[in-house]
Design a protein around this ligand. Structure first.
Ligand SMILES: Cc1cc2nc3c(=O)[nH]c(=O)nc-3n(C[C@H](O)[C@H](O)[C@H](O)COP(=O)(O)OP(=O)(O)OC[C@H]3O[C@@H](n4cnc5c(N)ncnc54)[C@H](O)[C@@H]3O)c2cc1C
Length: 398
């Protein structure tokens, strides 16, 4: 048995786990969050997709099938979770633009539009139609961004290349944090004498200071500037993760990194502790309540075997969308791969149905029937269910 008694242990440092954790620590609970690695947020655009089925995301939720877990959360709670998220991001210096009543576009690195809802302020000026003139700045040697994909689609777009002596998104973002680098870059940019339209950059304008750096460029050039999310590893996705993680810690939450949960200790219907094989640290951690926020397949919460799908920690019953033949559509780009529905079915308080445990709650991408790709509801669903699960846990602990 572990020595430390937490009120709540959360497994998973994604948007869902960190949202639930922050709410609980703010309410005074002793919360530890355990993660074996980085979340899918680090692979994402950093934009918050709430629901892409309608121009009004909250209206879009009403088009979702009855079994979708969004229906377990009221519209008021979805709104509250978004407001709470926006407030916390302002506090962390990484503000977001947008409202849950209206979807918008961001320009993708392929020159297409991606529908989303909330965007980091560094993408707020992204064009919403084909009209804006764009001048794209790229960096010599950067392999993750090809402006010609965009100029091939948009007639009114051109580009220039800056030699920044760094060829990775992380290397460039680190350079932008340096005052001397930014100053030299701004002098070069001024000489381009861009008179019309907006200036677009691949999303490399800094690490934690991206919002300020974007604003500085706008003020100096006196024109609108925006970032284009690049392929993973994505700087805006990483900024989102860092801001959520730092907020949780700032409020008093504790994180055990690189702590892969491999088993549990239990008594009758109660989980007492989770365990890990890692050496040189506590091998078991106990709590009154456990929140499973371990994500879907990419996050590591679910594993597909030959004929079935398993949940890796509590061995919870998993909704499996039929035989393996039904898991994938023959069209790779289809949004109808059955596997997107796999996951844990929960009751109205987010407890797994037909499971043996009383003190386990589930949220985020591991929930059944989310179909994140098809419904465009990734981080939005993780925020809303993370927020709602925190309330359920508080009710249980009382
Ligand atoms: C490539 C990609 C791009 C995406 N882009 C977007 C986007 O632009 N906008 C958007 O809204 N959504 C996007 N999504 C969807 C979105 O990332 C997810 O739906 C959502 O963030 C899920 O968050 P989560 O917290 O439930 O889980 P995850 O982000 O999957 O996090 C799971 C966490 O659990 C931990 N974990 C798993 N197993 C264990 C274990 N045994 N022990 C300890 N820890 C464990 C992991 O290490 C990780 O920290 C994207 C998804 C992918 C895969």
């Amino acid at each position: 048995m572990g020595l430390i008694q937490h009120d709540v242990i959360i497994i998973g440092a994604g948007v869902a786990g960190l949202t639930a954790g922050s709410i609980l620590v703010e309410k005074g609970y002793n919360v530890a969050l355990i993660a074996k690695g980085e979340p899918t947020a680090c692979l994402s655009t950093g934009c918050i997709d709430i629901c892409s089925l309608d121009h009004d995301p909250l209206h879009g939720v009403s088009h979702l099938p009855d079994e979708h877990p969004y229906h377990l959360v009221s519209r008021a709670v979805i709104r509250e979770s978004i407001e709470k998220f926006k407030e916390s991001m302002v506090q962390m210096g990484f503000p977001y633009t947008g409202s849950p009543e209206s979807n918008r576009y961001v320009l993708s690195a392929l020159g297409t539009f991606k529908t989303t809802c909330l965007v980091p302020s560094t993408m707020a000026a992204a064009p919403q139609d084909e009209k804006d003139d764009l001048h794209i700045i790229t960096f010599s040697g950067l392999k993750d961004f090809y402006p010609s994909y965009i100029t091939a689609r948009r007639k009114n777009a051109s580009f220039s290349t800056y030699d920044a002596s760094a060829s990775t998104t992380m290397g460039l973002a680190t350079n932008f944090e340096r005052e001397d680098f930014l100053e030299k870059f701004l002098s070069w940019l001024e000489k381009l004498n861009i008179q019309e339209g907006k200036i677009a950059f691949p999303a490399v304008l800094g690490l934690e200071s991206a919002a300020t750096i974007t604003q500085k460029i706008e003020e100096r050039l006196r024109c609108k500037v925006f970032e284009i999310p690049t392929i993973p590893p994505s700087m805006p996705g990483r900024r989102l993760f860092n801001a959520l993680k730092d907020y949780f810690r700032k409020k008093g939450g504790m994180i055990y990194w690189s702590w892969p949960v491999s088993g549990v200790e239990k008594t009758k219907k109660i989980i007492e502790a989770v365990t890990t094989p890692s050496e040189g640290r506590p091998k078991s951690l106990n709590a009154k309540v456990f929140i499973l926020a371990s994500g879907s397949f990419v996050g590591g919460g679910l594993t597909a075997r030959r004929d079935t799908i398993v949940e890796n920690i509590f061995n919870l019953p998993v909704f499996v969308p039929g035989q393996r033949d039904n898991w994938f559509d023959s069209d790779y780009f289809s949004l109808n791969h059955g596997i997107g529905k796999a996951g844990i079915i929960v009751d109205s308080s987010f407890r797994p149905k037909e499971a043996d445990w009383e003190n386990v709650f589930v949220c985020g991408g591991i929930l059944a029937h989310t179909d994140v790709l098809k419904n465009g509801c990734g981080h939005g669903m993780a925020l809303a269910t993370g927020y709602a699960v925190a309330a359920s846990c508080m009710g249980y602990i009382k």
